[in-house]
Ligand binder design. Structure first.
Ligand code: GLN
Length: 486
């Protein structure tokens, strides 16, 4: 049996399983052993499910023996704790759902289970996916495998760290304003936010419903195409799921970029970002050019600078409505009191952390009578302008490339007291959610031993072009093959 089995990519693990060189149980044990070795330092998981994983691995081995060729069959994975898993605690890293056990599976879980999922656990996150460092978890922060003193990014920091540290071969996260791409960048793995409507949100605990999407974290772009393939597709239970055919994403993966038109928006190289990060990203764009792409370095998306402000009206507004369901009556944490008003208010006071409360208050304010037109309606109008910037750009370019994050991973604690600094961490990822389009982050090198991410943005349902560029880039560079010094 190959040593360091936990380091296998999905593609490598698939080949080992299909050739019967290892069993799913052996692969799963290797990953569980790795978790025992490093989890005390990384803290990627809220809940570990080793017995379930081994049971699923045994079942996967039986399916393999019957000649089942499902692409994800028997591969150990981790799931962000915002995705509903039947019978397995789903907390959103919040006190208010600390003991909540869902009675149904999310749409993506049904799809993964059909393929023979092996789930090793549920991953830590910022409470209700609000944050950029995983420090807003009500339980504990997750540590970046590249430097344990630093943040893994967020909100899907646990899912990113798990793949980076070898604690899962792939994972799922959710991305409302960058929560897959930014932690992927910080942890040196691939992470993709699919087009809004591509992946079912059924059973994804809602943060900001017009922005949320589920997507994969993987070791490389070929794996990303596989996982995206498995979770994509129409689901009538999500009213915003779009009924368009799912292409064969792996077919898009060719090693050159001949004929591909790449745009580099100048608004994404801003003052205040780390110059070393900008340099790495420019070098990556140079590589795309070498691979045959034509590059226009002077693209403009003029409304970009409003994206953060628009997001911090729309996302909290939707959150304030979505989170009104946590009243201590229907489910979750509950504080008994004299009367219902007192009970609801004490439940919410004790059940939610400070960032969640901040968002609920911001959103309630933006939606309140007299302010609704000035804030919410105006933000929706500017949202349309941001989207039309992208629509125009995609008439001329197949993909746009930018840095994923303005900085390398920051230190734990560094931005915790300053929400605005934390919000700025998503300045390059948020516009993609506002426009409902797709984006991928791939490792593009290191600054002082810390990973830098390249963001590849595509139009709505343009995942193939994005994956193709990421794949070609990875064929020509080896950044994604490095392992953190854990
Ligand atoms: N960091 C952003 C926020 O705090 C985005 C989070 C996300 O994508 N879920 O809202």
């Amino acid at each position: 049996m190959p040593s360091n089995l936990f380091r296998s990519s999905l593609g490598e693990a698939r080949a080992l399983l299909d050739r019967r060189q290892v069993s799913s149980v052996e692969l799963t044990r290797a990953v569980l052993d790795r978790i025992s070795e490093v989890e005390g330092r990384v803290k990627a998981f809220v809940t570990l499910t080793p017995e379930l994983a081994l049971q699923q691995a045994e079942e996967a081995d039986r399916r393999l023996a019957r000649g089942d060729t499902s692409p994800l069959l028997g591969i150990p994975a981790a799931i962000k704790d915002v995705i509903s898993t039947r019978g397995v605690r789903t907390t959103c890293s919040s006190r208010i759902l600390e003991n909540f056990i869902p009675i149904y599976d999310a749409g993506v879980m049904e799809r993964l289970n059909d393929q023979g999922l092996v789930m090793v656990g549920k991953t830590n996150m910022d409470e209700f996916a609000m944050g950029s460092s995983t420090e807003n978890s009500a339980f504990f922060p997750t540590h970046n495998p590249w430097d344990l003193e630093r943040a893994p990014g967020g909100s899907s920091g646990g899912s990113a760290a798990a793949v980076s540290a070898g604690e899962a071969i792939y994972s799922l996260g959710s991305d409302t304003g960058g929560s897959i791409r930014q932690p992927a960048s910080f942890c040196g793995v691939a992470g993709m936010k699919p087009t809004y409507g591509r992946v079912s949100r059924y059973g994804l605990v809602a943060f900001a419903s017009s922005l949320d999407q589920i997507g994969p974290f993987t070791r490389d772009v070929a794996d990303c195409a596989q996982v995206l393939q498995a979770i994509s597709g129409y689901d009538p239970r999500d009213s915003t799921s779009v009924n368009v055919p799912v292409p064969d994403y792996s077919k898009a993966l060719v090693p050159d970029l001949k004929g591909v038109r790449v745009g580099v928006p100048r608004e994404y190289f801003v003052e205040g970002m780390q110059t070393a990060v900008a340099d790495r990203v420019r070098a990556a764009v140079g590589k795309l050019q070498e691979l045959g792409a034509s590059v226009d370095w002077e693209v403009s998306l003029p409304h970009t600078s409003y994206a953060l402000a628009v997001y911090y009206i729309i996302a909290p507004s939707e959150a304030s409505a979505n989170l009104s369901r946590y009243d201590g009556v229907k489910y979750g944490f509950s504080v008994p009191a004299e009367n219902i008003w007192e009970a609801v208010s004490r439940t919410r006071q004790e059940g939610f952390g400070p960032e969640v409360k901040r968002r609920i208050m911001l959103g309630t304010y933006a939606l309140s009578s007299g302010y609704y037109d000035a804030y919410y309606v105006k933000a929706q109008k500017v949202r349309t302008l941001i989207k039309s910037d992208f629509d125009k750009a995609f008439e001329k370019y197949d993909i746009l490339v930018t840095p994923t994050s303005p900085t390398v991973p920051f230190r734990l604690g560094e931005k915790l007291e300053d929400p605005i600094q934390m919000y700025l961490s998503d300045i390059f990822t948020i516009p993609v959610n506002i426009a409902g389009i797709c984006g991928l982050s791939v490792p593009a090198g290191f600054v002082d031993g810390l990973p830098v991410g390249l963001q590849i943005i595509g139009p709505a349902f343009g995942e193939e072009a994005v994956l193709r560029a990421g794949f070609a880039y990875q064929q020509a560079t080896g950044w994604h093959k490095r392992w953190p010094p854990l």
